[in-house]
Ligand binder design. Structure first.
Ligand code: AMP
Ligand code: GLY
Length: 429
């Protein structure tokens, strides 16, 4: 099969790496890809993966490329092209594409849509209100004593969520989003949720419109600094599985969330084929869904795909084709840990173009894979090219061993200003 992967981050490197191992993959492109994706080779024929210089949101050019190459499967990594309707567009042109369609992408592109859906179909979530005017929004915050989370409805580069501890902060947050329009049109409407205390975990389920297959648990580390301090980021590291939900508890959460989710989708005429990634808070009153994402997590993908034993081409093809019920997901019993190495300054401003040393040494360690996120090739040298630069991932017999292996690989790698957390997976040990 000729496969095109869309995106350029660590998630897409992990997708390409795993797809390339499939005997079905005969040719593989990534648009636009990064400096770690290009050196990947296909297991069947040793062919190189080709990075092509088309942005992940340039739908017309991506379509023209896929038509010219007659791709058999297109795999979409990031949320933006999904929200722009890339799946609908490619399907209209008779191309097989994996990812959610525009209607289903609303679970991520509109927090108001998601919140209303959860309430309608009885999916456990935070007590919440949705508002289109600042006055009633502020009044609702007051009913929560100001301890609340104010969320811009639309996509805001992961920044449209403001956590408030008192009414003054809540009124400021509503003002920033709805009046000052800090996130533009994304803030025309807001969801305000009660603040939930607990342990946050990531869930993933692969869906085909009828069937949803739950993955093992994982946990992200969203804050920039050790001890969950510092600013929110896209994710500084992940591990899988987490000890905070055992298999029976995971099955319980899946039943409470996935069953009503799929039933609701059918009732609303939403054909949900793709990945569902609920963010879950484990509270003393049970699990509560904070939000839905409609794509693989980054860096959750890095720990999941290093543990996945199935052929990913077959799984994504089955998800797109509606035949997932025929497949059983198989996972390595090993634990996986991914430590993100970021540019100095991230998630604020950071420099680019810093040479990265030690990648070969790190990759040569057993059960270790360095996934690239923000990297580029400049005059034959791999250099930094983004905030999150690398996802250094390792497997181990247990979390402790996987953590030690990941940090041993991190120790091999240097670039000017490199910044990473030293406590990924520590809270699980
Ligand atoms: P979201 O994009 O909605 O997942 O929000 C981003 C982050 O804000 C989440 O990963 C949580 O850490 C935090 N968060 C969101 N909603 C809540 C809530 N209701 N209570 C506590 N923390 C929350
Ligand atoms: N790991 C966070 C995200 O992908 O949104």
């Amino acid at each position: 099969m000729k496969i095109l992967v869309i995106g350029s981050g660590g998630r897409e490197h992990a997708l390409v790496w795993k797809l390339a191992q499939s005997p079905h993959a005969t040719q593989l492109w990534c648009a636009p890809g990064n400096a770690g994706i290009a050196p990947e080779r296909l297991a069947t024929n040793g062919a190189a993966v080709e990075c092509i210089n088309i942005g992940a949101e340039d739908l017309p050019k991506l379509l023209a490329f896929a038509q010219e190459k007659k791709t058999d499967l297109v795999v979409v990594g990031p949320d933006n092209p999904l929200a722009l309707g890339i799946v609908d567009l490619f399907q209209q042109h008779g191309l097989k594409i994996w990812g959610v369609n525009q209607q289903a992408a609303q679970f991520e592109s509109s927090k108001v849509f998601s919140q209303k859906f959860m309430e309608k179909y009885g999916i456990p979530t935070a007590a919440a209100g949705t508002f289109s005017e600042a006055g009633p929004a502020k009044a609702f915050c007051a009913t929560l004593g100001g301890k609340c989370v104010v969320k811009a409805d639309g996509l805001a580069l992961g920044k449209g969520v403001l956590i408030c501890t008192n009414q003054a902060e809540a009124e400021k947050a509503v003002g920033e989003i709805m009046v000052s329009k800090a996130f533009g049109a994304a803030g025309a409407n807001v969801v305000i949720q009660e603040f939930l205390d607990g342990i946050e975990v990531s869930l993933h389920a692969l869906c085909d419109g009828k069937t949803a297959k739950i993955f093992p648990t994982s946990q992200d580390h969203k804050r920039a600094l050790d001890g969950d301090l510092g600013l929110n980021t896209g994710g500084m590291g992940t591990y899988s599985p987490t000890p905070f939900l055992n298999d029976a508890q995971l099955a319980g959460v899946a039943a409470k969330v996935l069953e009503p989710f799929m039933r609701g989708c059918v009732a609303e005429g939403i054909d949900y084929r793709g990945l569902l990634y609920p963010g879950v808070m484990l509270t003393k009153n049970g699990p509560k869904i904070l939000e839905f994402n409609a794509r693989f997590g980054d860096p959750e993908t890095q720990v999941y795909l290093t543990r996945l034993e199935n052929d990913l081409v077959e799984l994504l093809d089955a998800s797109a084709s509606g035949t997932l019920a025929q497949h059983e997901l198989k996972w390595s019993p090993l634990a996986s840990v991914c430590v993100v190495m970021a540019s100095g300054g991230y998630p604020g401003n950071y420099p680019k173009g810093k040479p990265i040393l030690g990648l070969a040494e790190a990759n040569a360690l057993p059960h270790t894979k360095v996934f690239h996120a923000g990297t580029a090739l400049k005059e034959g040298q791999i250099v930094t090219n983004g905030g999150r630069v690398l996802g250094v991932t390792a497997l181990g017999a247990d979390l402790k061993a996987a953590q030690a292996a990941a940090y041993a690989a991190v120790a091999c790698i240097q670039f000017d200003g490199a910044h990473f957390r030293r406590d990924i997976a520590a809270k699980a040990l």
